[in-house]
Design a binder for this molecule. Structure first.
Ligand SMILES: Nc1ncnc2c1ncn2[C@@H]1O[C@H](COP(=O)(O)OP(=O)(O)OP(=O)(O)O)[C@@H](O)[C@H]1O
Ligand SMILES: [Mg+2]
Length: 508
């Protein structure tokens, strides 16, 4: 069990390089990670952070260079082998087995595949201890495939701690967690460090990294810029190191107040037990923020409007015309676009090119077997979007699967802008993107609004919602409970989302 070991977990990378065709994902990186510390790793999208994490955890092999664990050279052949050395990875793109349960995933590869009755009892006990100790509540026997992203992320975290690893690489572990869960993870990391575990922590939230890390390394274009004590860094100094001169200081400026006719109208929408009588309207050029906890029904609302979930009851009007939406196809035909929370599951076609993904005519074209870029005009538009969003890709023809996580997110965004929608449903549109790209996406959202699109913005980051939205709705237990005009105090929205004043600080 995790506490009966004596880990040291000092990692040294010596002149590590890794290339993909001509592109250097990592270029001669030498780096020391002190044992029993939290080591932050930051850099722009595509800087090489995940590549570095995967090399430490055996998920990819470097082309050159050496890896040392406690002064002993190791060459993990695969993640399983790395686990034997006590190294675990919480990957940016979660790697769970969808049809296995939460508990089975947590102990996968740690315990034998087939469990007898006795083994099962023992494992159930261990699971109960783990959950109690680390404070994550999950449905133990539910298949993970059906869990929301935040819960899948928690399963990955439990899995890493269950293995008793002395080194845990966490690649954006908080990208879909709520503030309470982020806080739980932070306490967890502190305890792990106290027990002697080394944590490599990758995140685009510089605030988070500054808070949790002892030392921070900055990567830029595959090279190590420097490693410094976290106490010596600030958000500004990190941004400068990440981007050099090309810093985007662009403040989020709210678009002028929208006053057009209603573009989207939703009346009395019911979806099983998840949504109850939800009504809302969004005007042309208006950005409506939807705040609520994970599980409040916020993603389900977007999915129901887009026809991914079949609503039981309710009416949807676009530009005053009632539309029957029974599938994403119907939604697309009605002029609705949707940037989903999970790019891997319902957003992108990983094996198609960047250009094809960006210009694909929605889900419909997959049904009809298309998926190639048809005209040179489309190619030109794709190139322009790639430029606008500074998507780091060797060429528009590169497969999306070969892009870094944040750059995939930008492709997902590009795909819908290309469609020139009337209604844009955004579920966590800046998840995993670096601060510069985040500013670029914010500009694009504002630009879309200014050109008359009605926008529903869902984000776990209340700051993001408040910065962009003209109006904020709070959803709780599947119903809209509050409405705030522009610029409500963050604390009030938070209280409304939790339903109780101060609940943020005392989760049950
Ligand atoms: N399998 C692959 N094939 C080709 N290129 C790849 C592959 N994996 C990564 N790359 C490239 O290597 C570079 C570094 O990618 P990496 O995923 O390490 O970036 P990152 O810093 O984690 O970015 P992000 O913040 O977006 O997650 C990128 O240019 C990426 O496109
Ligand atoms: Mg990454």
């Amino acid at each position: 069990m995790a506490d009966s070991r004596q880990p040291v977990g000092r990692i040294r990378l010596e002149r590590i390089s890794k290339s993909y065709s001509r592109r250097k994902a990592l270029d001669d990186v030498t780096l020391e990670i002190v044992g029993a510390t939290v080591h932050g790793l930051v850099g722009a999208n595509g800087a090489g952070k995940s590549t570095l994490g995967k090399i430490i955890a055996g998920a990819i092999r470097p082309d050159a260079g050496e890896l040392y664990l406690d002064e002993r050279q190791i060459r993990p052949a695969d993640p399983h082998d790395a686990r034997r050395h006590g190294i675990a990875l919480i990957a940016q793109e979660l790697a769970l087995v969808p049809h296995l349960t939460v508990m089975e995933n947590v102990f996968l590869g740690i315990e034998p595949r087939r469990w007898g009755l006795l083994a099962r009892r023992r494992i159930e006990r261990r699971y109960a201890e783990l959950v109690q100790r680390w404070g994550f509540q999950l449905q133990r026997d539910a298949p993970v495939g059906g869990l929301r992203l935040a819960d899948q992320q928690k399963v990955e975290i439990l899995r890493a701690v269950a293995s008793g690893a002395s080194v845990i690489v966490m690649d954006e572990p908080t990208s879909s967690l709520t503030s309470v869960e982020v806080e739980t993870l932070r306490r967890m990391i502190e305890q792990l460090r106290g027990m002697g575990t080394t944590i490599v922590y990758v995140s685009h939230s510089l605030e988070e990294v500054l808070q949790v890390a002892d030392a921070i390394s900055v990567l830029r274009d595959g090279r190590l810029v420097h490693t410094r004590a976290a106490a010596e860094e600030t958000e500004a100094s990190l941004v400068h190191a990440m981007f050099g001169a090309a810093v985007d200081a662009g403040q989020v400026e709210k678009p002028a107040q929208a006053g057009g006719p209603d573009v989207l109208e939703v009346r009395d929408l019911d979806l099983g037990a998840l949504l109850k009588g939800v009504s809302l309207s969004i005007k042309a050029g208006e950005i409506v923020g939807l705040a609520g906890l994970v599980g409040s029904g916020r993603s389900e609302l977007a999915r129901a409007i887009f026809g991914v979930e079949r609503m039981d009851r309710g009416t949807i009007l676009v530009d005053g015309v009632e539309r029957r939406i029974k599938s994403p196809r119907d939604a697309i035909d009605a002029g609705i676009a949707f940037v989903p929370e999970s790019r891997k599951d319902d957003g992108l076609f990983m094996q198609l090119s960047v250009a094809a993904n960006a210009t694909i005519a929605g889900l419909g074209s997959i049904v009809s077997g298309l998926g190639t870029v048809k005209s040179s005009a489309e190619r030109a538009s794709a190139s322009k979007l790639i430029g606008d969003l500074s998507i780091a890709t060797p060429s528009p023809a590169a497969k999306v699967a070969t892009l870094s996580g944040g750059n995939q997110q930008k492709v997902l965004f590009a795909k819908w802008l290309f469609r020139e929608p009337r209604v844009l449903l955004l579920d966590e549109p800046t998840r995993g993107v670096d601060v510069n790209s985040r500013a670029a996406i914010h500009r694009l959202i504002r630009h879309q609004a200014a050109s008359g699109v009605a926008i529903l913005l869902i984000s776990s980051e209340l700051e993001e919602v408040l910065a962009l939205a003209h109006r904020v709705l709070v959803i709780r237990h599947g119903a809209i409970t509050h409405e705030f005009a522009a610029d409500p105090p963050l604390a009030e929205v938070m209280e409304a989302a939790f339903g109780v004043a101060g609940a943020e600080h005392s989760p049950p």
